[in-house]
Design a protein around this ligand. Structure first.
Ligand SMILES: [Zn+2]
Length: 286
């Protein structure tokens, strides 16, 4: 009899929650949604992913969700993680897995002009300082959600050509043809002419709004729950830090400031401090 009760207790804990992970086979740079469905309210739902603890946020009664990001240069293959939560004073764990597929990224070579070098666009000390500022912002997301429906394209012309896609491996040379450095592109470049209006892709709070030496005119919008959009190389910034903006609000004008080879808008998306491919977020409600 006692064994029977023990078995029931074990089964009830096994069947008390469902964990969904979509997609199960993302491409490098894509985002993954985790959804935990429970029978009653639970506490402290979180996932340990690549050594970091990421919260699952209450999105409906007994439903806890979070987004995970992947980088273009993470190895392909299986990524295992553990989701945990507390219920009636006990801690429960569920394993999850996705399999990262090759994103098939191209390679390009770019030449930085003498003028840009003299302006300090290749200054690695300035870059390190800017990355520290941006990194701190990306890790300080707000727990509440400001998002309303899908993300919208940040320019009026949704057909604006892409001059450089997400994930492309970039080899930079100076004006004398000497190699400078290489890195993968962590956003998408759109061929916006100088002073094209730029709009907020989603509701949120301005986390960064400043002219930077390498990133140029930079805006980061915190959409809450680990999601932030990024706008670089702006000529003009129309918003201030901590200001609330609605989706489609005019936030600035595109430019050619900082580390650029011509006028464009660099648009990016950070998902729990991972710069993902923002393309799949347009028009998509997760
Ligand atoms: Zn870019």
């Amino acid at each position: 009899m006692r064994k029977f009760f023990l078995l029931c207790a074990l089964l009830s804990c096994l069947y008390s929650a469902t964990l969904n992970i979509t997609p199960r086979q993302p491409l490098q740079g894509n985002s993954v949604k985790l959804e935990l469905l429970t029978e009653t309210a639970v506490r402290n739902a979180s996932v340990v992913f690549r050594g970091k603890t990421i919260p699952l946020y209450l999105s409906a009664p007994n439903k806890y969700t979070t987004m995970l990001g992947t980088y273009m240069d993470w190895p392909t293959g299986d990524y295992r993680m553990t989701v945990s939560y507390q219920m009636n004073g006990r801690r429960y764990e569920l394993p999850a897995i996705f399999t990262l597929q090759n994103g098939q990224f191209d390679v390009e070579t770019l030449v930085i002009s003498r003028q840009k070098q003299e302006e300090g666009a290749t200054d690695m000390t300035a870059l390190a300082k800017e990355n520290a500022t941006l990194g701190a912002a990306f890790r300080a997301w707000k727990q509440g959600s400001y998002t309303d429906g899908a993300f919208v394209f940040p320019l009026t012309d949704t057909k604006t050509p892409v001059t450089s896609p997400y994930g492309i491996q970039r080899h930079y040379k100076n004006h004398q043809g000497q190699p400078l450095y290489s890195w993968a592109h962590r956003g998408i470049d759109y061929a916006a002419v100088l002073n094209t209006p730029v709009y907020a892709a989603q509701n949120g709070i301005i986390a960064v709004a400043e002219q930077m030496q390498v990133h140029g005119g930079t805006i980061v919008i915190d959409h809450g729950q680990g999601i932030m959009s990024i706008y670089n190389h702006l000529a003009k910034i129309n918003v201030k830090k901590d200001q609330y903006v609605t989706k489609n609000a005019l936030i600035g004008y595109s430019g050619n400031t900082g580390h650029t080879t011509g006028p464009h808008l660099h648009y990016g998306l950070s998902v729990h401090d991972v710069r993902v491919n923002p393309q799949e977020w347009f028009g998509k409600k997760w």
